[in-house]
Structure formats: C-alpha cells, structure tokens
Design a protein around this ligand. Structure first.
Ligand SMILES: [Zn+2]
Length: 257
C-alpha cells in the first residue's frame, strides 16, 4: 500500500505524487552531486524521508515553492530548508490557512486505510519556519552539478517562487500554475501580481523544456506561461482582471476571478 506514486522525469529527477488525496500534490526530488534537493515536501500525512533515502540517501534539502500547508508537511525531515523572505511571517503566524482547516483538509475524503496509525490529527501542526534559510530572487542553489535559480513569482501567494534549472530546462512553478482553471479569488491571490510575474518569466527568454507544477498532471507543457499570459492580457484589456469579476475564458484557458 503505497501512498506516494514515484515517477522518473529523467535519471536524476523524480516526481513523487500524493494522488490518493484530492489535492494530488506533487513533490520533486532532484539528485545532486553534493546533496539532494526536494522541491516541496508534501502534506505530511505520510513521512517522506525514508522514501527519498531508498532512491538516494545523500543529505537532503528542501526548497519551498510557497508556504501553503500541503507543500510543507515534511519539512522537519530535511537538513536544510529554504523559503522566500515573504514566507517567514506567513509560516510563523500560520495566517494562510487556520490550523482547524488544515486538520480537516489533510484527511478529507481519504480512504481510512491510508491514514497511518501513528498520525495524530489533534496534535498535527504545520512547519513554522524553524531553522529556515531565506532565499531571494536571483539566488542560485548549487548542488555541485545542478544549479537551481530562484525566481520570485508572486500571484498565487506573495511568497511564491519558481525554480529554473538551465541545464535541463525545467521550470518548477509550485502552485503559481497548474492544469485546469487558474483560481484567483482567494485572499492570498493577486491577479495583477500574476500578470507581472508571467511577464517577468517571459522576458527572461528561458529555454524551457518542461513546466512542472505542484498539483495534478506534473508537466504543463512549455507554452503554458505564454498561454496563461495571453489569457491575462486579454482579461486586462477587457478590464476584467480583478477579483470578483467572475470566470474569464480565452481560447482553451480560464481564470476564476
Ligand atoms: Zn498553494
């Protein structure tokens, strides 16, 4: 009975998915020469450390794409934790999602056989930023043979970062982008920040081979940024790019405002 679905993207990059939860969260595991890197750590219902060790047991570090609970659940199993400077207060106060809601969400609609005996819902607490290291736009995390560039891409939350690896052309976007309609209605979402972040990514002219998301189908296809930007640009021209204006569609893309 495996909670995590493990798939290879290439010989040193894995996607580990929590498909038995409705959020279908993806964690990425990047094997490096000097240490390994996880991009997010999952929701924390199931521990991930021993799963990673089976693949490769070097020192492990985690980069936080943003501080929503379903991406930081196993941060305590890492030697080093990185997050954007805007995450520091969010993690400390837990203001993105209340503890009560997190405790409901983590086991929501899950087949009981997947809830570990040792998991205690009443004492579960998400990672609060302890011993974390702050990263900023432009920083590089260097695994020795793999260089991971941090790009601040607010929109989903103010602390959202994307991570670009030039060598492979992979862009890890966290919840900044995911398949299906782009939800932009909650307190933490900011449609104008989305617009600016997408424009910023396009201007960088990266040679992207894969855009890898933190939910649902991992690979969005390399044109997803351009397609999403086109959608937002059209919405902006129509003066609809603001919260409360409803669903906006253009071609096969949709944003919920
Ligand atoms: Zn999120």
């Amino acid at each position: 009975m495996n909670w995590f679905d493990i798939n290879k993207i290439d010989y040193k990059t894995y996607v580990i998915s929590e498909n038995k939860h409705y959020e279908k969260t993806n964690i990425y595991f990047l094997i490096g020469k000097n240490f390994n890197v996880c991009i997010d750590s999952g929701m924390g219902l199931h521990k991930i450390g021993h799963v990673l060790d089976k693949i490769d047991n070097k020192e492990r570090r985690v980069i936080t794409t943003h501080s929503h609970w379903d991406h930081i659940g196993n941060h305590d199993e890492f030697d080093e934790v990185y997050f954007h400077k805007n995450a520091k207060d969010l993690l400390k106060t837990g203001e993105l999602t209340t503890l009560e809601v997190i405790r409901q969400e983590i086991v929501k609609d899950i087949d009981k056989k997947y809830i570990p005996k040792e998991f205690e819902i009443d004492t579960y607490k998400p990672y609060d930023g302890r011993n974390g290291l702050v990263v900023e736009d432009g920083d590089i995390i260097d695994q020795g043979d793999r260089q991971l560039e941090i790009i601040h891409t607010p929109g989903h939350t103010i602390d959202s970062i994307s991570i670009f690896e030039k060598e492979t052309g992979y862009l890890f976007v966290g919840d900044f982008l995911y398949s299906g309609p782009l939800y932009c209605r909650s307190d933490n979402n900011d449609p104008n920040a989305y617009y600016t972040s997408l424009e910023k990514l396009l201007r960088k002219n990266y040679e992207i081979t894969k855009i890898l998301s933190a939910h649902y189908d991992p690979d969005l296809g390399k044109d997803y940024i351009a397609k999403t930007f086109e959608l937002l640009k059209k919405a902006k021209e129509d003066r609809k790019l603001e919260k409360g204006s409803g669903n906006y569609k253009y071609k096969d893309m949709e944003i919920i405002l």
